[in-house]
Design a protein around this ligand. Structure first.
Ligand SMILES: C[S@@+](CC[C@H](N)C(=O)[O-])C[C@H]1O[C@@H](n2cnc3c(N)ncnc32)[C@H](O)[C@@H]1O
Length: 261
């Protein structure tokens, strides 16, 4: 369970150094372009699994962002970065806010869905929060069809003298199932120079493209496109449109969309 991972609980205060908001600049710009190119005006956006608010911080000037996360600690990190945004604690599989949005985004937090049932629940959550004619955007880091073991890392520092770095190694223990494994090592250096090294293993979803398209169709989205990830974005992109906008067919043809390749 994601809520058991230390990086999103007792170590969440290190998140802005582990994954600095600047790293989301390019991706957020691509998402902003996508929202701008939508057939409906996109103003209100729900971000499920918003984490430290690293995507939201780049979108909030032009969009009213509602941020949902399972972790109180991550919500606190995001509140410091995005005090003007509404923050709600909730599970993306089950939360029901009782209102709809022009667009619903599930960025890399979708990786924490590791079974088809989890993924189906999130897609249903997105559908019920998407207004007729609205957009649903999913950005999984891993899709089974293209998964390759990957080694990477990053980190940053802050004005108080804290430094964090991490390495990540992803691999697939069993290609027959819907998840892969990421091995992380975090090196966290406090301002007083004390250092802690934390190793953590995360289980991350890697569903096939066919599974994505089937579940999005089953949920009732009228049109679904799978796009190649834009340059600089390591994930994949699934964009679905909820039909039923006044004057629009409930299940129409794929609308023209700007290519993101
Ligand atoms: C990689 S972080 C997201 C980072 C985010 N894209 C950002 O801009 O900072 C993953 C987040 O997913 C959240 N998460 C995992 N499972 C969740 C669930 N079932 N419902 C809501 N949030 C969840 C975690 O608490 C964590 O904050």
């Amino acid at each position: 369970m994601a809520s058991d991972y230390r990086v999103y609980s007792d170590l969440a205060g290190w998140w802005p150094l582990i994954s600095p908001p600047e790293e989301y600049t390019g991706e957020a710009a691509q998402l902003a372009d996508l929202f701008r190119a939508a057939e409906i005006p996109v103003r209100e956006v729900l971000d499920l699994g918003s984490g430290g608010g690293g995507v939201a911080v780049h979108l909030k000037d032009r969009l009213a962002m509602t941020l949902v996360d399972l972790s109180d600690e991550m919500l606190d990190v995001s509140r410091r970065l995005n005090p003007e945004c509404e923050h709600v604690r909730g599970d993306m599989r089950t939360i029901r806010l009782g209102r709809t949005f022009d667009a619903v985004l599930v960025h890399d937090a979708i990786d924490y869905m590791t079974t088809e049932d989890d993924l189906r629940q999130v897609i249903e959550t997105v559908f019920v929060h998407c207004r007729p004619g609205g957009l649903a955007v999913f950005v999984p880091d891993h899709v089974a069809d293209t998964f390759r073991p990957f080694t990477g890392g990053g980190g940053g520092s802050d004005a108080s003298g804290r430094q964090a770095s991490f390495t990540e190694w992803t691999w697939d223990p069993d290609p027959a199932d819907d998840w892969i494994q990421a091995e992380y090592e975090f090196v966290l250096r406090s301002a007083d120079a004390t250092v802690q090294v934390v190793q953590e293993t995360h289980r991350l979803g890697a569903f096939s493209r066919a599974t994505w398209l089937r579940l999005l169709g089953d949920a009732g989205f009228g049109t679904v496109t799978a796009e190649a990830a834009p340059a600089g974005v390591r994930g994949s992109l699934f964009v679905a449109r909820r039909g039923g906008e006044p004057g629009q067919p409930a299940q129409g043809p794929t609308p023209p969309m700007r290519s993101m390749e």
